[in-house]
Design a protein around this ligand. Structure first.
Ligand SMILES: Cc1cc2nc3c(=O)[nH]c(=O)nc-3n(C[C@H](O)[C@H](O)[C@H](O)COP(=O)(O)O)c2cc1C
Length: 353
């Protein structure tokens, strides 16, 4: 990160969080943010689902809801970027304020509620991406006023399957009423059947990999059911986890009682436990993406050892700026070497062996 940029990013934190986010997107979109030198460490690169990941650290969904800055974020050193959540129709989301920093806790609470411009604008933005230095995932959701969830997800597939390197069915955001109920066994099976059928129709020869993003607030039965459905349905992977509605003990910030999903450092442990549970329940047969509270190479390494093939982050970047991606990759390479792993794939799930 350039000197100027490392100076400017902390200033964003003096602004209202949503205004700061808007300004960051504005600057990235207009090329005002210098790119970072790409990380080229063969120990960190891997091919998954036929896609080349130069490094395992991705940008989590929610930062670039309208796919406006995917290329700019790949140029910041992320190994991959997940855009969205996108809903079929544009929607404004919940009333403001709806995004809160818990600075001392290294956390954020959001109740944005899938604010976004809808699939048509999203597709136009993605269509304009000239080069893809890394995979671009598309995270699909449903409109708040929709009564037919399957129709919304299949509309997303129809509009965007041809533009996505991988697709994510997001049934785990806490800010859309009824959404997380779609994680229950029968509803999930039915939904994934519909999505699969649409994918077969839309991209019969070369469908993008299909992943499911899960919540951290699941009972043991929920996790068992989701893992069983994921295997039955031949899902290509799981993303664990979305934000939590729980408020772990020890939060000190005055914003801790705001309603919404908590992300960042306080959710690292609970979300890593859920990731490890899914690795066990799927017997390591599905690639997992670990997300929740990552702020260092040690954190990324812990997720990988717990079962993640790839990781993602969002909240730590709010506090540190995108320069942290290079640091995390450097630290991760050191950790791998320190534990005697010649390549990242050797470390995946190491805690379970
Ligand atoms: C402001 C904000 C908005 C988010 N929006 C979405 C979203 O639209 N879709 C989604 O699947 N996850 C969304 N997330 C969740 C993140 O993708 C990620 O799962 C979660 O924040 C945990 O990672 P972190 O601790 O590194 O932030 C959002 C997170 C934040 C902080």
């Amino acid at each position: 990160m350039s000197g100027l940029y490392s100076f400017v990013w902390p200033l964003l934190r003096c602004l209202d969080p949503e205004a700061a986010h808007g300004l960051a997107i504005f600057a990235l979109k207009r090329g005002l943010v210098p790119s970072a030198k790409p990380i080229a460490d063969p120990r960190l690169s891997q091919t998954l689902w036929g896609l080349e990941f130069a490094n395992p650290v991705g940008l989590a969904a929610g930062f670039d809801k309208n796919a406006e800055v995917v290329q700019a974020m790949l140029s910041q050193g992320f190994g991959f970027v997940e855009a969205g959540t996108v809903t079929p129709k544009p929607q404004t989301g919940n009333p403001k304020p709806r995004l809160f920093r818990l600075t001392g806790d290294g956390a954020v609470i959001n109740r944005l509620g899938f604010n976004g411009a809808g699939v048509d604008v999203f597709r136009e933005n993605l269509g304009g991406v000239k080069t893809r230095p890394g995979p671009i995932g598309v995270n699909l959701g449903k409109n708040a006023d929709s009564v037919d969830a399957a129709a919304d997800y299949t509309a997303g597939v129809r509009a965007l399957a041809g533009f996505a390197d991988y697709l994510v069915i997001n049934v785990s955001s806490p800010n859309t009423p009824g959404l997380r109920a779609l994680q229950s066994r029968d509803q999930l099976s039915e939904l994934l059947d519909a999505v699969r059928a649409e994918l077969r129709a839309e991209a019969p020869s070369d469908p993008p990999p299909l992943l499911l993003k899960v919540a951290p607030d699941l009972t043991d039965d929920d996790k068992r059911d989701i893992a069983a459905v994921a295997l039955e349905q031949n899902l290509d992977g799981l993303i664990a986890t979305n934000t939590t509605i729980d408020r772990p003990a020890g939060l000190s910030d005055a914003n801790r009682d705001e309603k919404g999903g908590l992300s960042g450092r306080p959710m690292f442990d609970p979300s890593t436990r859920v990731l490890a549970d899914f690795y066990r329940l799927t017997e390591g047969r599905l690639p997992l993406i670990g997300v929740g509270g990552i702020a260092s190479g040690a954190d990324a390494f812990a997720k990988i050892r717990a079962g993640a093939s790839l990781v993602q982050l969002y909240t730590a970047m709010v506090f540190e700026g995108p320069g942290l991606v290079r640091r995390i990759n450097r630290e991760l390479a050191d950790r791998l070497a320190g534990d005697g792993f010649a390549h990242i794939t050797e470390a995946v799930g190491a805690d379970h062996r």
